[in-house]
Structure formats: C-alpha cells, structure tokens
Design a protein around this ligand. Structure first.
Ligand SMILES: Nc1nc2c(ncn2[C@@H]2O[C@H](COP(=O)(O)OP(=O)(O)O)[C@@H](O)[C@H]2O)c(=O)[nH]1
Ligand SMILES: Nc1ncnc2c1ncn2[C@@H]1O[C@H](COP(=O)(O)OP(=O)(O)O)[C@@H](O)[C@H]1O
Length: 212
C-alpha cells in the first residue's frame, strides 16, 4: 500500500452558495462563520456599487466601473453576474475554480439571479437561503445598518419579496434569528454534505483488495 492510496481525501472542494434578501444578515453570518470555520474560503465579488465607509478593495469587493465590469463579462471572466438595484455584481470565475480544484470549500454570498446561474453550471453545489424572522425585522435590520437611502431601502425590500419567491430552488433554508444558531446550522449542513460526498467507499474497497 503506498501513501498515495491510503488517504481519505476528497478530490474537489464543495461550492456553497449563500443567498438571502439584503439586510437579512448574510455578511454578519459569514463573518461569524469565518471565526469558527477558517478553512472555508470566501469568494470576493466584483461590483459597480460605490464602496461603503470602511469597505476595502479586494476584501469586501473588487470595485469596478461599469466599463470595467462589462469587459470582465465579455472576457468570460465571470462565473455569474447580475444586476441588483441599479448596480452589477459578479463572481470572478478563476478564483472559484482554483479553490475547488485545490480541494477546499468555497462560499459565495450572492443574490438569487446569480445563484440560479451558478446552479446551472454547478448543480452539485450546496444552495442555502437565509431568511429573516419576519419582514418587519428585515426592514428594521436594513434601516438600523444605516448604509442605504430611503429610496434604496424601498427598492431592496421590493427585491427581497421577489427573491423569497425563488427560495424553492435552494437546497436549504435557514432563519437568521440568532447569528450563532444560523452559523451552526450552516456548519451542520456542510458537515453532512462532506459525509455524503466523501469518496470513502471506493478507497476502502481498494484497501481491502490490496490486503487480500
Ligand atoms: N449575483 C451576485 N450577487 C452578489 C454578488 N456579490 C454580492 N451580491 C449580492 O448583491 C446584493 C447587494 O449587495 P450589497 O450592495 O453589498 O448589499 P448587502 O448584501 O445588503 O450588504 C446582495 O444580495 C449580495 O448578496 C455577486 O458576485 N454576484
Ligand atoms: N441574527 C441577527 N439578529 C439581529 N441583527 C442582525 C442579525 N444578523 C444580522 N443583523 C444585523 O442586521 C444588519 C444587516 O446585516 P448584514 O450582515 O449587513 O446583512 P446582509 O449582508 O444580508 O445585507 C446589520 O446591522 C447586522 O448587524
């Protein structure tokens, strides 16, 4: 038996897509997830939206002009992209593919149109939808965050309803009532998906055959 044949490694990482309406807490839950699951890789999106106070280029987003964003699409460098409330958002393709090929799991925090594009390309991905405890609480969270104008808040609430109608296309729905609970549920889903996908059985058969 060689050392190459007796490791129970998976060949490719798992692609996780986390969606949910603006203000539901995707960013907050992802930040908590980073603390407890540092092995998970986060895809940084490109956007034409202006940076919010404190946002850092390459950390929160790659901030682009409309022309630059268009060029990325034309050069086929986007895994998916979507227009959301007057701005474009998209996932750089190469980074995600490299991470998956290296055997690590990668998480995309994206809206629903883009998530459905990803589902076409990666049906084996894990699609998780984050829900608010109520619509009032959703609005309250967007308002409390204080990053949006009144008009943008109205647009985001209207998009939120459209997004929730498409929830049935997801594998899992999680209510973000408490950040820690939502985070634990995502970890539990990931752990279960690892068990389901691990290519352990062929390896075990190989071990047994090699011993006999
Ligand atoms: N399709 C797509 N949506 C994205 C991407 N990055 C972010 N989004 C989504 O775009 C929406 C607006 O993002 P943002 O302006 O940062 O607002 P926030 O998520 O409410 O803080 C959210 O639903 C994000 O999840 C991306 O690469 N692709
Ligand atoms: N479980 C929660 N309970 C209460 N407030 C929350 C919870 N999750 C997030 N928030 C708050 O809601 C607001 C929006 O969260 P954010 O992570 O920016 O949402 P998203 O990334 O989905 O737009 C923030 O002020 C955040 O602190």
């Amino acid at each position: 038996m060689t050392s190459n044949t007796n490791t129970l490694d998976r060949e490719r990482g798992i692609l996780i897509v986390l969606s949910g309406p603006s203000g539901v807490g995707k960013g907050t839950v992802c930040a908590a997830l980073r603390q407890v699951a540092p092995e998970l890789v986060y895809s940084v999106s490109a956007t034409t939206r202006a940076p919010r106070q404190g946002e850092i280029e390459g950390v929160n987003y790659f901030f682009k002009t409309r022309e630059q964003f268009q060029q990325l699409i034309e050069a086929d460098e986007m895994l998916e992209w979507a227009q959301y409330v007057n701005n474009y958002y998209g996932t750089p393709k190469r980074f995600v593919e490299d991470v998956l090929r290296s055997g690590k799991d990668v998480i995309l925090e994206i809206e629903v149109q883009g998530a459905l594009m990803v589902k076409n390309k990666f049906p084996e991905g894990v699609f998780i939808f984050l829900l608010p405890p109520s619509l009032d609480e959703l609005q309250n969270r967007i308002v409390t965050r204080g990053t949006e104008s009144d008009e943008t808040i109205r647009s985001r609430m209207s998009v939120a309803l459209d997004e929730m109608r498409l929830m049935e296309h997801y594998d899992y729905a999680i209510v973000n009532d408490h950040v820690e609970t939502a985070c634990s549920k995502i970890q539990a889903i990931l752990a279960a998906e690892h068990c389901r996908r691990d290519r352990i059985f062929p390896k075990i058969v190989q071990w047994i055959n090699e011993v006999n």
